[in-house]
Design a protein around this ligand. Structure first.
Ligand SMILES: Cc1cc2nc3c(=O)[nH]c(=O)nc-3n(C[C@H](O)[C@H](O)[C@H](O)COP(=O)(O)OP(=O)(O)OC[C@H]3O[C@@H](n4cnc5c(N)ncnc54)[C@H](O)[C@@H]3O)c2cc1C
Length: 415
C-alpha cells in the first residue's frame, strides 16, 4: 500500500476529526488515520456508543459527508523519511506520503505507583470506562474512584449508570482548588451545566477532596484501599479501584518527527504549526483541555494546513476561551508533592519488566535504567512507567526509537 495525500491527519479523536473536516471542506485531498476501528477517539469511541451524544454525532456525520478518506485500523508506526509515514494495516504495511501533516494523537492516563497498584482490579478510570462501555459487567461491584481531574467524575457517573456501586471519589486536589475551578466554570456555562448534572446524579457518592490512595490490598484481586488526607488514614473495601492521576500526551510521533516539546507538550504557533515545517498539532498533544478545546484546535490546524487562514483566524477567540479553561484545569488539578513518595522500594514501577522503585532509584536516568534493568523496554515501551518515572524521578526519555507502537518485524524491515 502506497498512497499520497495533500493533508494527512493522525488520530480520529475530536481534534483529528475536526481537522479532517476543515481540511477536506477546503478542497484538499485528505486522509484521516487511526489505529482503532472507530471514529471519535477516547471520549466518543465510535458511532455506536456516541450516537446518543449530539456533539459526537454531528462531527462524525460531518466527517462522513466530507471527501476525506478514512484509514481506520491503521497504525502509524514510524517516520522513515521526511514526508513519509510507515503504517501497519490488516497485517500488512505500507507508506503514506504527505505534503502537510496534522498530529492529533491524543493522550493516555497517568499512573503513579503505590503499594498494590499492580493488583488485578486496580485500573485506570478511563480504561475502566472504556471496558464498561464495551460491555464489561460492573453491576453490583463496589468501586473506589481515585486520583485527579474531572475524568474521575465522568467515570463515576458512567459506572453508576451501568450499575456499579461507587463508594467514594477521592480527588487529590484540595477543596479550595476544586471550588475555584467550579467558579471558573461560570465562564463556560455548557461545562458548568454538565458538571452540575453529573454532581446531581452522584449526590449520594462522597466526593472527598485532598484525599489520595496510599495502598491497595488483596490476594488475587484488590479488596481494600487505604486512603489518606495527609493527617488521617483509613481503609475502604472495594472490588475495583479506578485510579489515575490525569492524562499525559502521546508525544512519541511528534518527537520522532523532530517537533519541539516543552514541559511535556508539543509547542505550536497560533496556526497550530509545530517547530517542523508543514507539521501541525492539535488537541491533547498541545495541552490537556478536553474535547471542546481539541475540536477548536483541530479546526484551526485543518484550515491552516489547507491554507485557509481566514477561517482559521475566525476561531482564535474561541480557542483563547478554551485555553483559559485548560490553564484553570492544570492549576486546579496540579499533583501534590506527597504523591511522589507513595512508592516503597518494593513497589514495582515498570510492570512489563518487573523493575521495582528501589532498583530504579539506583540509576541516573532513563538511558542508564534501560541499559541495566530493561525498565521501559517491555510491551508498553514505557507508556505506563515513563509517566511515573517523569513524575516521581524527573526522568524524560532522551530519544524516541521506532516503532512508536508495537509492530511486526516484517513491517520494519520493509522500509
Ligand atoms: C482512556 C481515556 C478515556 C477518556 N474518557 C473521557 C471521557 O469519558 N470524557 C471526557 O470528557 N474525556 C475523556 N478523556 C479525555 C479525552 O482524551 C479528551 O477529552 C479528548 O477526547 C481528546 O481529544 P483528542 O482528539 O486530542 O485525542 P483522542 O480522543 O485521544 O484521540 C487520539 C486518537 O489518535 C489515535 N492514535 C494515537 N497514536 C496513533 C498512531 N500512532 N497511529 C494511529 N492512530 C493513533 C488514538 O487511537 C486515538 O483514537 C479520556 C482520555 C483517555 C486517555
Amino acid at each position: 500500500m502506497t498512497s499520497h495525500f495533500e493533508i494527512v491527519i493522525i488520530g480520529a479523536g475530536p481534534a483529528g476529526l475536526a481537522a479532517a473536516c476543515a481540511a477536506a471542506e477546503s478542497d484538499k485531498r485528505v486522509a484521516l488515520i487511526d489505529d482503532t476501528p472507530w471514529l471519535g477517539g477516547q471520549i466518543w469511541r465510535g458511532q455506536q456508543t456516541s450516537s446518543s451524544i449530539p456533539q459526537a454525532r454531528q462531527w462524525i456525520e460531518r466527517f462522513r459527508r466530507s471527501s476525506a478518506t478514512l484509514l481506520d485500523r491503521t497504525a502509524v508506526i514510524a517516520v522513515p523519511r521526511p514526508g513519509e509515514l510507515l503504517v501497519e494495516r490488516e497485517g500488512g504495511s505500507g507508506e503514506i506520503h504527505w505534503e502537510k501533516l496534522v498530529l492529533a494523537t491524543g493522550a493516555r492516563e497517568l499512573f503513579l505507583p503505590f503499594p498494590g497498584w499492580t493488583l488485578p482490579g486496580v485500573i485506570g478510570p478511563g480504561g475502566l470506562q472504556a471496558l464498561v462501555k464495551n460491555g464489561w459487567p460492573v453491576r453490583g461491584q463496589r468501586v473506589v474512584v481515585a486520583g485527579s481531574g474531572p475524568l474521575l467524575f465522568a467515570v463515576a457517573d458512567g459506572l453508576q449508570h451501568y450499575g456499579a456501586k461507587v463508594t467514594t471519589i477521592a480527588e487529590q486536589a484540595s477543596w479550595n482548588r476544586v471550588v475555584d475551578f467550579g467558579l471558573m466554570l461560570l465562564g463556560h456555562p455548557s461545562k458548568l451545566f454538565q458538571a452540575a448534572a453529573i454532581k446531581w446524579r452522584l449526590r449520594d457518592v462522597p466526593y472527598r477532596c485532598g484525599v489520595w490512595p496510599t495502598k491497595a490490598e488483596g490476594t488475587e484481586q484488590v479488596r481494600r484501599v487505604t486512603l489518606t488526607d495527609g493527617t488521617r488514614t483509613w481503609s475502604e473495601d472495594c472490588d475495583l479501584l479506578a485510579c489515575g492521576f490525569g492524562l499525559e500526551p502521546n508525544v512519541e510521533l511528534p518527537l520522532a518527527l523532530g517537533c519541539e516539546v516543552t514541559d511535556g507538550f508539543v509547542r505550536v504557533s497560533k496556526w497550530q504549526l509545530t517547530t517542523v515545517a508543514g507539521v501541525y498539532a492539535a488537541g491533547q498533544l498541545t495541552g490537556i483541555g478536553g474535547a471542546d478545546c481539541a475540536l477548536t484546535e483541530g479546526q484551526i490546524a485543518g484550515y491552516a494546513a489547507a491554507g485557509n487562514r481566514a477561517r482559521a483566524e475566525s476561531l482564535f477567540a474561541q480557542r483563547a476561551s478554551w485555553h483559559h479553561f485548560r490553564s484553570a484545569l492544570a492549576e486546579a488539578f496540579a499533583l501534590r508533592p506527597q504523591l511522589k513518595t507513595l512508592a516503597s522500594d518494593e513497589t514495582v514501577v515498570c510492570r512489563c519488566e518487573d523493575v521495582s522503585f528501589g532498583k530504579m532509584k539506583l540509576f541516573n536516568g532513563w538511558r542508564d535504567a534501560k541499559l541495566q534493568s530493561r525498565c521501559g523496554m517491555g510491551p508498553c515501551q514505557g507508556r505506563i512507567c515513563g509517566g511515573a518515572a517523569k513524575a516521581i524521578l524527573g526522568w524524560t526519555p532522551e530519544s524516541v526509537r521506532p516503532p512508536v507502537l508495537p509492530a511486526q518485524v516484517k513491517s520494519l524491515i520493509s522500509t
